[in-house]
Design a protein around this ligand. Structure first.
Ligand code: VGL
Ligand code: ZN
Length: 211
């Protein structure tokens, strides 16, 4: 049965940026394969929001900022364990740009996240300190949206954290699995799906919407 998309639904396309696409500094395998799918899904939605990872060049999540550390190692920060990444999505660089192949002219809002040097932000709703809000929940509530369909990059980080925070904020949430791709470092993808399931996030496929 095909899901009926209504004006109370929003599609959230997470971090479809050059640094997460093949050739980028934190390329997600197959990341480019989701772009045509997102372009087919988006016209079904009256409401589309994009998120954009947006870091200063000395961001605390970059391994390059920590002597002796390599990407994918972790450090402890005041807000918890932080995975260290290759430099990526540095503001005003091409890697931070949303792919020009993403053809969603009616996207209404771009939420930038991760711009505070000392706090990472996988989620489109709040930073990793779990205190600093982006305003996205307020925006969606004011627009009378109650269900989120989330897809993009990467399933196990920014998609999952956005989905879990959306559920905690009281929205109905579904993640479109085949319109997302994962980093899958150290079992992170299986963990993310378990966490999303526990949060009540539905796991769907694009065909559930497209028919
Ligand atoms: C992301 C790692 C670091 C993501 C962003 O978009 O999933 N992952 N920054
Ligand atoms: Zn990032």
């Amino acid at each position: 049965m095909t899901i009926d998309i209504t004006p109370k639904d929003v599609l959230v396309a997470v971090d479809v940026q050059y640094d997460f696409l093949p050739g980028g500094s934190l390329a997600v395998a197959g990341g480019d394969e989701i772009v045509p799918l997102l372009n087919r899904l988006a016209p079904r939605f009256a409401n589309v929001v994009l998120t954009q990872d947006w870091h200063p060049k000395d961001h605390i999540s970059f391994a390059s900022q920590h002597a002796g550390k390599a990407p994918f190692q972790t450090i402890e920060l005041p807000y918890g364990t932080q995975v260290l990444w290759p430099d990526h999505c540095v503001w005003q660089t091409r890697g931070a740009e949303i792919s020009a192949d993403l053809d969603i002219p009616h996207a209404q809002l771009i939420i930038r996240k991760g711009y505070n040097r000392a706090i990472d932000s996988y989620s489109g709703f709040q930073e990793a300190d779990r205190e600093t809000l982006t305003g996205l929940a307020g925006y969606l509530n004011e627009r009378d949206v109650d269900r989120l369909y989330i897809a993009g990059l990467a399933t196990d980080f920014c998609v999952a954290w956005t989905a879990i925070d959306a559920a905690a904020a009281g929205f109905d949430v579904a993640v479109i699995e085949d319109a997302s791709r994962a980093i899958d470092a150290d079992g992170s993808l299986a963990r993310a799906w378990a966490d999303m399931e526990e949060a009540g996030v539905a796991r769907i496929r694009s065909a559930d919407i497209l028919g």
